[in-house]
Design a protein around this ligand. Structure first.
Ligand code: GDP
Length: 635
């Protein structure tokens, strides 16, 4: 791996020159700023550095250039040049070799002592750092974590505590703003936290197709236990196939028994490791900070297992995690990159918002030029505030982004713009297309006993094609979050003895999600059964268009056999359905393949006109046959 000499020096409170001294002693190649080393060798270097006193001389091979001297001293090269000119009356470019006595004085002026190593020996050819291994396109990326759980179990407190103990505030000393996500840096790796806790935001984002969360931390208060929103969070995370780490919080409270919660979790299908399962459970206190380091370690461990990777040079995949209008800065969106790199100056399109990235800040409010995978960035320069969860797209030119935004606005006005939700009626179609094997339901009822009873009944319904699967159940009205979940999971919301909250109804309408409410269990069951058996299949009705008589049969060399007809009633339309009778017998059922009047192809012919008709795959017609024209319409 590649190691920055300055970073390593910082770790031990030493000057970079001390590290170089050790590297030279160990004969490890470097270029005064970084070096390549294997893991086990790094430990050796660390051992050696532990022994170095802070005031030890810097023993290096000469001669040195100002650039090398600056690197050894851990200062800016400009500062070295300034000191050379002002204090030592020496003009030198960054790459001029300094006289030994000048270099020694220079080091003194920066509070260090310089000793020449093997001064008698000429400096060996500049140690060639091993060429840095070509960076693989796909690299490891930090995990993105969402904290979920029941209200008051301490989600916000936990997020705040993690942030306060692990994120250095801005140099300006200001309170770091919450921008929707932040990143903690640990020696073992980085973690990105979405700092809007709860599964509502998680699911709302998912409903828009944004899967930014890699790991869910489920907070359960030690003085309480698994509660309705805990269950919801579990359903939502499981449905999204996001692994769950449990954090039992408030262990600082006197008299709590966190172990009791392990049993409750098991009942929810989260079997803790202590019980032989694979759910990681950490005991923490957001107040005292106890256990948080362990929680972070477990998150990194889980991330390691997930093998999260991204290609910073690849195509951009990024989502908005939060957006708002700022008084001074206009629309500001916090964007999280999943793949590729977001760069200042890029032209973006987010939903119907567009613009060029005028300015970009990191989660600490510091300006940045680019943001790679899992790095949250505040983006300024959009014309309007986008929605959380929307996808970020990059355009070559801002004008193209604007054009596409305008097209989208137009398209959204069109009446055909509909959601992609599932309805009981649409179920059959999806089954026929092989899109569905399971009917996902979200079940709500007035009391827990009823929830269980209703689910019990529904789960028993199945046929060869479809299995009913209840992806979430709960007490109370159908909520917006249920609708979001239904939307992402292609599910139907059913309520028993409850209704839907108004924002749930609005959301359902917008997204085309079906909410069905019932008061009689039998009706609910019957509807679901019918839907599965296809009895809710759309019905078609025949609508008569008209009648036509075949008066003559032509056999034209160019066209083949044509029926010379006279429309006696209504009309006949090209492509319409027909039934041909000979007496009372039906001799053909099919379609009109071609319709001509004189020499022209026509779309339809009305009563009182003559026309030539050919049928789809049938030429057995005779003079005197009667054609009934009709079409099938859905009722
Ligand atoms: P949220 O609704 O899940 O975001 O919960 P909050 O973070 O707002 O916390 C709810 C309440 O629990 C607040 O009064 C917190 O002070 C308290 N609380 C949170 N974490 C702890 C903890 O670790 N120990 C104790 N004793 N109280 C906590």
């Amino acid at each position: 791996m590649s190691i920055q000499i300055a970073d390593l020096a910082n770790e031990f409170g030493l000057k970079p020159g001390h590290v170089v001294t050790v590297l030279d002693d160990l004969e490890i190649a470097h270029d005064h700023s970084s070096f390549e080393v294997a893991d086990e060798d790094l430990e050796l270097i660390r051992e050696a550095l532990r022994e170095v006193p802070r005031d030890a001389p810097l023993r290096v091979r000469g001669p040195l250039t100002p650039r090398e001297a600056a690197a050894l001293l851990g200062v800016q090269a400009g500062e070295v040049q300034k000191t050379l000119v002002s204090k030592l009356r020496t003009m030198a470019t960054l790459t001029t070799q300094l006289k030994p006595e000048v270099a020694e004085k220079l080091f003194e002026l920066f509070g260090s002592r310089l000793e020449w190593k093997e001064a008698s020996e000429p400096k060996p050819a500049a140690p060639k750092p091993r060429p840095a291994p070509k960076q693989p396109a796909v690299q490891k990326r930090p995990p993105v974590v969402t904290i979920m759980g029941h209200v008051d179990h301490g989600k916000t407190s936990l997020l705040d505590k993690i942030r306060k103990s692990n994120v250095v505030d801005t140099e300006h000393g200001g309170i770091t703003q919450h921008i929707g996500a932040y990143q903690v840096e640990l020696p073992e790796g980085k973690i990105t936290f979405i700092d809007t806790p709860g599964h509502e935001a998680f699911t709302a984002m998912r409903a828009r197709g944004a899967m930014v969360t890699d790991i869910a931390v489920l907070v359960v208060a030690a003085d309480d236990s698994v509660m309705p929103q805990t269950r919801e969070a579990i359903s939502h995370a499981k449905n999204a196939k996001v692994p769950i780490i449990v954090a039992i919080n408030k262990i600082d409270l006197p008299g709590v028994n966190p172990d009791r919660i392990l049993t409750d979790l098991t009942q929810e299908g989260l079997v803790p490791e202590a019980f032989g399962g694979d759910t990681i459970v950490c005991k923490v206190s957001a107040h005292t900070g106890e256990g948080i380091a362990n929680l972070l370690e477990m998150i990194l461990l889980q991330a390691e297992m997930l093998q999260l990777t991204a290609d910073p040079k690849g195509p951009l995949e990024a989502y908005v995690v939060e957006a708002r209008r700022d008084k001074g800065r206009g629309p500001v969106a916090t964007v999280l990159v999943k793949n590729g790199t977001l760069r200042k100056g890029q032209s973006l399109l987010i939903g119907t918002a567009y613009g060029r990235i005028r300015n970009m800040l990191d989660y600490r409010g510091r300006p940045i030029d680019e943001a790679g995978p899992s790095v949250p960035a505040e983006v300024m320069g959009l014309n309007e505030v986008p929605d959380a969860g929307q996808k970020v797209e990059v355009f070559e030119r801002e004008a193209d982004a604007r054009e596409e935004a305008e097209r989208r606005i137009e398209a959204s006005k069109s009446p055909t713009h509909a959601g992609r939700g599932l309805t009981l009626k649409g179920l059959r179609e999806k089954l026929n297309q092989g899109e569905l094997k399971e009917l996902n339901l979200i079940v709500r009822a007035d009391v827990q006993g009823t929830v269980e009873a209703v689910c019990g009944q529904l789960e028993r319904i199945k046929n060869d094609e479809v299995q009913v699967r209840i992806i979430h159940r709960g007490v109370g009205n159908v909520t917006r979050s249920d609708v979001d979940l239904a939307d992402t999971a292609t599910a139907i919301c059913v309520g028993f003895n409850v209704s839907a909250e108004s924002d749930a109804r609005n959301q359902a309408k917008q997204r085309g999600v079906e909410i069905r409410t019932y008061r009689i269990i039998y009706e609910l069951k019957e509807d679901i059964e019918k839907a599965i058996q296809g009895m809710l299949e759309p019905k078609f009705e025949e609508q008569r268009l008209g009648a036509v008589e075949i008066r003559m049969v032509f056999d034209l060399s160019r066209y083949g056999k044509v029926a010379g007809c006279y429309v006696t009633e209504g009309k006949v339309v090209r492509g319409c359905q027909v039934r041909v009778r000979r007496g009372s017998e039906v001799v053909y059922e099919g379609r009109v393949a071609s319709l001509r009047h004189l020499k022209d192809d026509v779309r339809e012919m009305t009563a009182g006109f003559e026309c030539g008709i050919q049928f789809d795959g049938w030429t057995g017609f005779q003079e005197g046959d009667v054609i009934e024209a009709f079409e099938r319409v859905q009722v």
